[in-house]
Design a binder for this molecule. Structure first.
Ligand code: GLN
Length: 307
């Protein structure tokens, strides 16, 4: 398969749509991002990389980080994590609070904000926020093979100053004893993980273990077991795009995780990891043109988990 030619085709398919959608402005630092950016990277399980557009430019990965903190948390606490967070799609927006009261402070899944805050809290236990963030950062550098990955402190600060909803979620869950550390510390970890800054190339490399039976690309080194990689992919498919997860599965047919920075990581099991970035979001807070580009890529490659 000529992935270079396929990417040119994808670019042609989306060229009239670059800049569509609305850049997230509830985090002031993200409102400044140029909406006409567009990049895409494919990294295959053989280690080949193909890119178009702004694929080498770092952007704020935001909620895509939740895939990586979930991976770390499962490594730390194992299946016990599922006592504190569910694994069902929520059918509600990423920052919704409504289900938490009825479900006694147990978030539906690890990819809505409430669930990711619980995951951050499990990573924080027994550590100071600085140490937990150091662990997250070294994990990202290790799995991407790139020591240049950093956290954008301006984005983290910006979110900290305006993160009233996340503070509400965390305080509410604390009242049900589902946050075990001081709320400000747990939120500090969460805001900083969301402020991880990666390019499409770095993000596709970081996600490759999920396409490669849990192993690092081009090596036999396991990040997680094959079973765990499959399960993380299952959660990405069912919950990775919040209340638009069904629509993403229908249009793209691959596990995917979005972030309000306009990035999406998609996994074609056994084949490749794909990262796309286009800052304009649709009404569900997912990249509008990024989704369109993945839809085009899936059609052109025939990659789908549905046969
Ligand atoms: N940091 C963002 C928030 O908590 C992440 C949301 C997202 O990317 N969907 O609101």
């Amino acid at each position: 398969m000529n992935l270079e030619a396929i990417l040119d085709g994808v670019r042609a398919d989306v060229s009239g749509h670059i800049g569509e959608g609305k850049v997230a402005d509830y985090i002031p630092a993200l409102a400044k991002v140029d909406p006409s950016k567009f990049g895409m990277a494919i990294v295959t399980v053989d280690g080949d990389a193909f890119t178009i557009g702004d694929a080498a430019e770092p952007f704020s990965i935001q909620s895509v980080s939740k895939v990586f903190t979930l991976t770390l948390a499962l490594g730390r606490v194992g299946e016990g994590l599922w006592k504190r967070v569910g694994r069902e799609p929520s059918g509600t927006p990423f920052n919704s609070i409504v289900q938490l009261e009825q479900e006694h402070g147990i978030p539906r899944n690890p990819f809505i904000n409430a669930g990711a805050i619980v995951v951050a809290d499990t990573l924080l236990s027994g550590h100071e926020p600085r140490e937990t963030l150091g662990e997250v950062l070294s994990f990202m550098r290790h799995i991407s093979g790139d020591e240049g990955i950093v956290i954008d402190r301006e984005v983290a600060r910006s979110e900290q100053q305006t993160g009233f909803r996340n503070a509400a979620l965390a305080n509410y869950m604390f009242s049900f004893s589902n946050i075990h550390n001081p709320v400000e510390k747990t939120l500090g970890v969460y805001f900083h993980q969301c402020a991880l800054s990666l390019s499409c190339i770095q993000l596709a490399k970081a996600g490759l273990f999920l396409a490669n039976n849990g192993k690092l690309g081009g090596s036999n080194h396991s990040v997680v077991s094959a079973e765990r990689a499959r399960r993380i992919n299952a959660l990405m498919l069912t919950c990775g795009h919040y209340d638009a997860s069904g629509d993403f599965a229908f249009r793209v047919g691959l596990p995917g995780k979005s972030g309000v920075g306009g990035g999406i990581l998609a996994i074609a099991p056994g084949r490749a990891a794909i990262a796309v970035w286009s800052p304009g979001l649709n009404a569900n807070g997912n990249s509008a043109t990024g989704t369109r580009a993945l839809e085009s890529l899936a059609r052109r490659t025939g990659w789908s988990i549905f046969g």
